[in-house]
Write a protein that binds this ligand. Structure first.
Ligand SMILES: [Mn+2]
Length: 361
């Protein structure tokens, strides 16, 4: 049923843009539109019919999962050749420009591919940004699962333990709690390494007085979670507390700015305002957040908006986003605090139940 509605919305747009067909090959979009969870496929949508191409490995899986499209198993010639055959002389074929290689484009569109294929960006992703109640429920359960392992994780935060040991504990506990693995490689960054926003967990040992940034998430029922907390090993220094308070204040200000109809950059600006007041703005080197769903990073993006050719995204009821300001002081360390937030008619519902006061472990 979901797949029928989602395909109907795509077809409506195809009609408006006078497309003869639309080809999707981005796996999260395929899952969204048809339910297919495998690792290779191509969906060809036309006004009256839809065809799903995959290879022999997925014969049975596609039969069980795919809704709203006729399944075809392709031979050696590949997905594009099979779809090209079906397309015949159809013109104005919408393709997902960010996901289509030149090789695939010419296999799909033939010699005339430049004239036949119409590059599109974000058509399905825009639909995906607005979650259904079922998707919200899955995201809530994913966030709860990840938060559920937090108390066990804290036991691992001790002087002498390596960042890698903590990362391994995260992966283990997420699986054991019923997750389908990490939604991205966990970040565990202690001491000065905390100043690298995307540090990989290393062999470095935690030391007393370190701040440790822990950023992790889980896959559950197809949906990702994402959360970050920063804790102190032993007592935190006065400076650490000061920076922590400023980041928490920024995070709360950004959450308070979340409601339907608000441009996403306004939420980012709310976090920046607080950090500017604390003279920490120049150490905030990324955006305030991002949508999360079938992908760990998706629409809407919550950052500064510099484009003049199009308006910024506006938050809508049903968006699920992260709010994750951070401060990164080179040579000293970092603080980031991240929650998942559901945009509701009334404003914001925080999906991440883990408390946010500074823990000294
Ligand atoms: Mn995130």
């Amino acid at each position: 049923m979901e797949s029928t509605k989602r395909l109907a919305a795509l077809r409506e747009r195809m009609r408006r843009e006078k497309l003869g067909a639309f080809a999707s090959l981005h796996l999260p979009n395929l899952r969204y539109l048809t339910g297919f969870t495998g690792s290779a496929g191509l969906l060809l949508v036309q006004a009256e019919e839809a065809h799903f191409y995959t290879d022999g490995r997925y014969r049975e899986q596609a039969r069980l999962e795919v809704r709203g499209a006729q399944v075809h198993i392709t031979g050696n010639a590949g997905l594009y050749a099979a779809a090209a055959h079906r397309l015949g002389r159809v013109r104005r074929i919408g393709v997902e420009a960010p996901n289509l290689t030149l090789a695939a484009a010419s296999a799909l569109g033939g010699k005339e591919w430049k004239n036949r294929l119409l590059p599109t960006t974000g058509w399905i992703e825009q639909q995906r940004a607005r979650k259904t109640p079922d998707e919200i429920a899955r995201l809530r359960r994913a966030a709860q699962l990840a938060s559920g392992i937090w108390p066990r994780l804290l036991k691992e935060i001790q002087p002498g333990k390596s960042e890698r040991a903590v990362a391994a504990r995260i992966e283990f506990e997420l699986r054991r709690a019923g997750g389908d693995g990490c939604s991205f490689e966990p970040i565990v960054a202690a001491g000065a390494r905390g100043a690298l926003p995307h540090a990989r967990a290393s062999a470095q040992a935690l030391r007393r007085g370190d701040l440790v940034v822990l950023d992790y998430g889980v896959w559950r029922e197809g949906y990702a979670s994402d959360m970050t907390r920063t804790v102190a090993v032993g007592r935190a220094s006065a400076r650490a507390r000061e920076v922590y308070r400023a980041v928490l204040e920024a995070q709360l200000a950004a959450i308070a700015a979340v409601r339907p109809g608000v441009p996403a950059p306004a939420v980012d600006a709310a976090a920046r305002r607080v950090l500017r007041k604390h003279k920490l703005l120049r150490y905030f080197v990324h955006s305030t957040g991002h949508g999360v769903g079938l992908e760990i990073h998706e629409n809407p993006r919550l950052g500064q908006w510099t484009r003049r050719d199009q308006p910024p995204p506006v938050l809508e009821t049903g968006n699920v986003i992260t709010i994750e300001p951070g401060v990164y002081l080179p040579g000293w360390g970092g603080v980031r605090i991240e929650d998942m937030v559901h945009v509701t008619d009334g404003g914001a519902e925080i999906l991440t139940p883990t408390p946010k006061e500074l823990l000294e472990l």
